[in-house]
Ligand binder design. Structure first.
Ligand SMILES: Cc1cc2nc3c(=O)[nH]c(=O)nc-3n(C[C@H](O)[C@H](O)[C@H](O)COP(=O)(O)OP(=O)(O)OC[C@H]3O[C@@H](n4cnc5c(N)ncnc54)[C@H](O)[C@@H]3O)c2cc1C
Length: 312
C-alpha cells in the first residue's frame, strides 16, 4: 500500500504531528512519500527525512504559511500525480480546512480522528471514535479505491532515526487563494500553551468553588507544573478556554498528568489519555479517571494538595 503523508509546518517548524503520522504510515508497510508544501520546502525536508520515509516531494508554493486553497490545490495535484493508495494527514485545524474537500472532490474514502490503522488482506482498516468517544468502531475500506485519513495527534509516537530519502520536486501552477494568511495572534500575555507542557496539574469540578483555584495556581507554580482544567471550570467562567483539556479543548500528552477532582468523562479522556503518566486523585473510587490512571489515590484533593505543597 503506497502512502502519501502531507507534512504540516508552522512558523518555520515542522509540527510534531507530522512525525507521528509518519509512524502510522510505516505500519502500513508500503512505500512512504512525504509531501512538503511550502514557500521554501528545503527548510523542512531535513526534519522529515527520518527512518521509514522513502521519498520526499517538495512542492514550492508562493505562500510561506498554511492556506486552505493552496494546500487543497497542491494535494489534488499530488494525488493525481502519485496515485497513492492511502493519504495520511494529522487531524488538525489546518487539515480539517481542506482535506475533506479533497476527499469529496476526488472521490476518496475518508475518515477523521483515526487513532489506529491496520491492514486486513488488501483492505485498510481505520479505528476511530464515534458519539463523543463513547464508541470505538473499525471502518473498513475495500481495496481499489484510495483513502484519505486524518490521524489523531499524539496517537502514535514520533518517527525518529536518520533516514535517507531522496527529494524530488513537483512543479505546480500557482493556486488562486480566497483567503490570505496575514499574521499569527499571540497567546494572551501571561497565558500558556498547555499542549506543550511536560507536567500538567489539572483540576476539575471537585475543587468546588472559584476561590479555591488560587490554591492550585500556587501549587502548580511550586511544583513547576502548568495548570489545566476540565470543561466545567471554563463553562463557569473561572478559567480561560485555553486551559481546557478534552474533546472541545486541547489534546495534551505531558510526561505527567496529575488530575485532581476530575471524574474522567469520555470527552475529558479524549484529550489526555495518552499522557505518559497519569495520576488521579478522587474521592469516588468508581470514578472513570482511575480506568486510565497509572497511579491513583482515593482521597480528598485538598488534603493531597496540602501534602504536596509541604514536599516542595
Ligand atoms: C460535546 C461535549 C464536549 C465536551 N468537551 C469537554 C472537554 O473538552 N473537556 C472536558 O473536561 N469536558 C468536556 N465535556 C464535559 C464532560 O462531559 C464532563 O461533564 C466534564 O469533563 C466533567 O468535568 P469534571 O470531571 O471536572 O466534573 P465532574 O464530572 O462533576 O467530576 C468531579 C469529580 O470530582 C470528584 N470530587 C468531588 N469532590 C472532591 C474532593 N474534595 N476531592 C477529590 N475529588 C473530588 C468527584 O468524585 C467527581 O468524580 C464535554 C461534553 C460534551 C457534551
Amino acid at each position: 500500500m503506497s502512502v502519501l503523508v502531507v507534512a504540516e509546518h508552522v512558523r518555520g517548524r515542522i509540527r510534531d504531528v507530522t512525525l507521528e503520522v509518519i509512524s502510522a504510515a510505516k505500519e502500513l508497510a508500503g512505500p512512504v512519500t512525504v509531501a512538503v508544501i511550502a514557500g521554501d520546502p528545503s527548510m523542512f525536508t531535513g526534519a522529515v527525512e527520518v527512518d521509514g520515509v522513502d521519498e520526499i516531494v517538495a512542492v514550492k508554493v508562493e505562500q510561506e504559511e498554511f492556506e486552505n486553497d493552496v494546500y487543497q490545490h497542491a494535494l489534488e495535484a499530488l494525488v493525481d500525480e502519485r496515485q497513492p493508495d492511502v493519504v495520511l494527514l494529522g487531524f488538525t485545524v489546518n487539515s480539517m480546512g481542506y482535506a475533506p474537500a479533497v476527499a469529496a472532490k476526488l472521490g476518496l474514502g475518508f475518515a477523521s480522528d483515526v487513532f489506529a490503522v491496520s491492514r486486513d488482506g488488501d483492505s485498510l482498516v481505520a479505528t476511530r471514535a464515534f458519539y463523543g468517544s463513547k464508541v470505538h468502531a473499525e471502518v473498513e475500506f475495500p481495496a481499489g479505491k484510495p483513502v484519505l485519513l486524518l490521524l489523531r495527534p499524539t496517537a502514535w509516537p514520533a518517527a525518529e532515526g536518520p533516514g535517507s530519502a531522496g527529494v524530488t520536486e513537483l512543479e505546480l501552477a500557482p493556486a488562486a487563494s480566497r483567503a490570505r494568511h496575514t499574521e499569527f495572534q499571540e497567546v494572551p500575555k501571561g497565558d500558556v500553551d498547555i499542549a506543550n507542557a511536560d507536567f500538567l496539574l489539572s483540576i476539575g469540578r471537585g475543587v468546588g468553588e472559584q476561590d479555591s483555584i488560587s490554591m492550585f495556581e500556587e501549587l502548580a507554580e511550586k511544583l513547576g507544573a502548568t495548570l489545566s482544567v476540565s470543561r466545567p471550570l471554563v463553562d463557569a467562567g473561572w478559567m480561560p478556554s485555553s486551559r481546557q483539556v478534552g474533546q472541545s479543548g486541547k489534546t495534551v500528552k505531558p510526561k505527567v498528568y496529575l488530575a485532581l477532582g476530575i471524574s474522567g468523562a469520555v470527552q475529558h479522556l479524549a484529550g489526555m489519555k495518552t499522557s505518559e503518566t497519569i495520576i488521579a486523585v478522587n474521592t469516588d473510587p468508581e470514578a472513570a479517571i482511575f480506568d486510565v490512571a497509572h497511579y491513583g489515590a482515593v482521597a480528598d484533593l485538598v488534603d493531597v494538595a496540602e501534602e504536596l505543597a509541604k514536599l516542595v
